[in-house]
Write a protein that binds this ligand. Structure first.
Ligand code: 5GP
Length: 106
C-alpha cells in the first residue's frame, strides 16, 4: 500500500473489504457504505484519477465504458430508472479523491 492510495484503491487491491457487485479489467462496482437510496452503487475506475478535472483525452474510452455500464447495472438491480451523481472537488461535495459515479435508485 502506498500512502497516496485512496480508500477505493485499497478496496480494488482487496486491502479493505467491500460489497462488490461487479468487476472487470477497467472498473469495480461496490455498494456505498452509507446508502442514500435503496440501491446506491459506486462505479469506480481501477485507474486512480482524482477528479473530473484530471481527465485526459486518453480516458475517453474508460469514461464511456463506465457510462455504458450504468443502465446494465440498473437493470441487474431491477431498476426502471435511476439517478447518477459525480461529485467534483471539495466545493462539489467530493470526499474520496478517486473518480466514481454514484448510481442511486429506489
Ligand atoms: P463522494 O466523494 O462522491 O462525495 O462520496 C464518496 C462516497 O463513498 C460516499 O457516498 C461514502 O458513503 C462512500 N464511501 C466512503 N468510504 C467508503 C468505504 O470504505 N466503502 C464503501 N463501500 N463506500 C465508502
Amino acid at each position: 500500500m502506498s500512502n497516496q492510495d485512496t480508500i477505493f484503491t485499497r478496496i480494488i487491491n482487496r486491502e479493505l473489504p467491500a460489497d462488490i457487485v461487479y468487476e472487470d479489467d477497467k472498473c469495480i462496482v461496490i455498494k456505498d457504505i452509507n446508502p442514500r437510496a435503496r440501491i446506491h452503487l459506486l462505479v469506480i475506475p481501477k485507474k486512480p484519477i482524482a477528479t473530473l478535472f484530471d481527465l485526459t483525452p486518453e480516458d475517453k474510452d474508460l469514461m464511456g465504458h463506465m457510462m455504458l455500464l450504468l443502465p446494465q447495472l440498473a437493470q441487474s438491480q431491477n431498476l426502471d430508472g435511476f439517478k447518477t451523481q459525480i461529485h467534483t472537488g471539495e466545493s462539489g461535495g467530493q470526499e474520496v479523491f478517486h473518480i466514481h459515479i454514484h448510481l442511486l435508485g429506489n
